[in-house]
Design a protein around this ligand. Structure first.
Ligand code: ISL
Length: 558
């Protein structure tokens, strides 16, 4: 199989929030199809669609009730076929979201499974007897509360690492695995080009489902250390590879929270037996709270030192062995310009969005752009809990403010403004008209109020916009091999610089020097470059040599 995906850039669409074509306030497939020309203009190669399958939408489609049907709010299979056809006509590939750690509780497998212990589908899910009249073990759900739900009829509990409406599939059962492979082959035969695999490293649970470790004030243990990268995970993925990926030319990326370097080297190894790449989460955990119970719900910012050390570690450790995926934003993360950049003024928003784009797009791996990132969309900073719709935000608010009294409401609203997944899910900002051109109807998720000044129409009209900067970065990746294959090194002594990040990429004939001012300050730094070095890209229109302006980003080529 070819390695075409190594040079590719992937654009993630969150269907409910991209473009509404039928004015019900929810984005849909026809809306996406109508915007494929825009995506093409950016220059990306692949469009990843977050789940569009039939779903009761308890977790916005990550709770699937039919893997082979389209959710009616998004359209129907004919609309999907049209989307796929138009994408292919434009030379865009389409990557589907594969959510197979769990299904919806409305999936027919679960409907059967819960009918009783003798049902042939019982073992499709993870059912256990209680322990002294309580949950089978002490695991908590990632969406708060216990990870078990009691079923009165059969007097057993089923496991749900996420919402109770998202029962975990039992991957120990070969029928489950082969049902999943059949479904994947069905989509691949239809012509889709790849899969992004939701929490795929959680599918192999530990034998005996032992208790996890929990803090003194915690009611439930975090199951992640026990369920992430479980003992049969590589066997399962290799089996999936033999049954699906080996038969089609697909691009695959595993979403793998809790992945470390040595596991990533196995998942995304160049021997090609499992996945092409994985999403690591370490750089997403650098900010948040110092209190482990609160996790990401805090206002500690990430330092440049921490960020650089982490990115550098992944660049170095996977080089020559496995492939990195590069991302700042997705539908679960706050907006990068608000998180690692500076959205306090229009000028700083634009400069820091470009600086962060340079940091990411000059690294080795496959970059991901999440809808709106390419125009520098920011967090929404909603003022009230009533503005939030995500189950994760609402549950966290109830738990930490109302149940545990660990945080007061005002602070929690601030933390939600910084970290809620809703920040990523506010509708795409197309223009400065009603609901930003997303829909004529009140959108399912509030608009970010800044759409009047931050929108696609404006970005396309301004040659210095964030959009055209992304377009140029993407084009450079396609035309300059060193961005794909160059060796990554930090510039000497840069690891101690808490304001500037400087690294090189080098192959046999080209060197790139990337210099990034992470601050709003004017700084002086001297880096040695040949006199004939060319300024390849920069977020300022001129070059002041050793003087770095606020958030200045520049790449020299020699
Ligand atoms: O969203 C999170 C907090 O940032 C994560 O803990 C997230 O739940 C985790 O990364 C798994 O995410 C994926 O699976 C979830 C779904 O809610 C997310 O949207 C999806 O990306 C369950 O399917």
């Amino acid at each position: 199989m070819s390695n075409w995906w190594k040079k590719a850039v992937i654009y993630q669409v969150y269907p409910a929030s991209f473009q509404d074509s039928d004015n019900d306030g929810i984005g849909d497939l026809k809306g996406i199809t109508s915007r494929l020309d825009y995506i093409k203009k950016l220059g990306v190669d692949i469009v990843w669609l977050s789940p569009i399958y039939k779903s009761p939408q308890v977790d916005n489609g990550y709770d699937i009730s039919d893997y082979q049907a389209i959710n009616p709010t998004f359209g129907d299979m004919a609309a999907f076929d049209e989307l796929l056809h138009k994408a292919h006509t434009l030379g865009l590939k389409v990557m589907m979201d594969l959510v197979v750690n769990h299904t919806s509780d409305e999936h027919k497998w679960f409907q059967e499974s819960r009918k009783g212990k003798d049902n042939p589908y019982r073992d499709y899910y993870i059912w256990r007897d209680g322990r002294n009249g309580e949950d089978p073990n002490n695991w908590g759900s990632f969406f708060m509360g216990p990870a078990w739900k009691y079923d009165e009829e059969s007097d057993q509990y089923y496991l749900h690492l996420f919402a109770p409406q998202q029962p975990d599939l039992n991957w120990e059962n070969p029928n489950v695995r082969h049902s999943v492979y059949d479904m994947m082959n069905w989509w691949a035969d239809k012509g889709v080009d790849g899969f992004r695999m939701d929490v795929i490293n959680y599918i192999s649970k530990p034998d005996g489902l032992p208790d996890g470790e929990k803090g003194p004030h915690e009611k439930y243990a975090n199951p992640e250390p026990l369920v992430a990268n479980g003992h049969r995970i590589h066997e399962f993925l290799q089996e999936m590879h033999q049954n699906v990926m080996a038969k089609h030319d697909l691009v695959t990326v595993g979403e793998t929270p809790g992945v470390n370097i040595s596991e990533a080297q196995k998942y995304a190894n160049f021997d090609g037996k499992e996945l092409n790449m994985v999403f690591q989460f370490e750089h997403m955990g650098l900010d948040g709270s110092d209190n482990p119970t609160l996790g990401r719900w805090g206002d500690r910012k990430a330092s440049l030192k921490g960020l650089r050390a982490n990115l550098t570690k992944w660049q170095k450790a996977l080089a020559g062995k496995a492939w990195n995926s590069l991302y700042w934003d997705n539908h679960d993360q706050p907006r990068v310009v608000s998180r690692f950049g500076d959205d306090s003024t229009e000028q700083n928003r634009v400069l820091s969005a470009k600086m962060l784009a340079t940091m990411l797009h000059m690294q080795q791996g496959t970059p991901y752009v999440f809808e709106g990132e390419e125009i520098g969309m920011t967090n929404a900073y909603f003022p009230s809990i009533d503005d939030y719709v995500d189950i994760d935000a609402i549950n966290a608010y109830h738990q930490f403010v109302e149940e545990m009294h660990l945080v007061d409401s005002k602070d929690m609203i601030k933390y939600l403004g910084l970290h809620s997944r809703d920040n990523a899910r506010t509708p795409m900002q197309w223009n400065d008209q009603k609901n930003a051109g997303f829909s004529q109807h009140q959108p399912w998720e509030h608009m970010n109020p800044n759409y009047r000044s931050v929108n696609v129409e404006q970005a396309l009209a301004g040659p210095n916009s964030v959009f055209y900067y992304y377009q140029k970065l993407i084009d450079l990746r396609h035309t300059l091999p060193v961005i794909t294959d160059g060796v990554y090194n930090l510039v000497a002594d840069n690891e101690n610089d808490d304001k500037v990040y400087a690294f090189t990429r080098k192959n046999a004939d080209t060197t790139l020097l990337v210099v990034l001012n992470y601050t709003a300050e004017k700084l002086e730094r001297h880096y040695q470059i040949p006199v004939d070095a060319k300024l390849l890209i920069s977020n300022y229109t001129d070059d002041m040599g050793d003087s770095l302006r606020p958030y200045e980003a520049k790449v020299y080529q020699y």
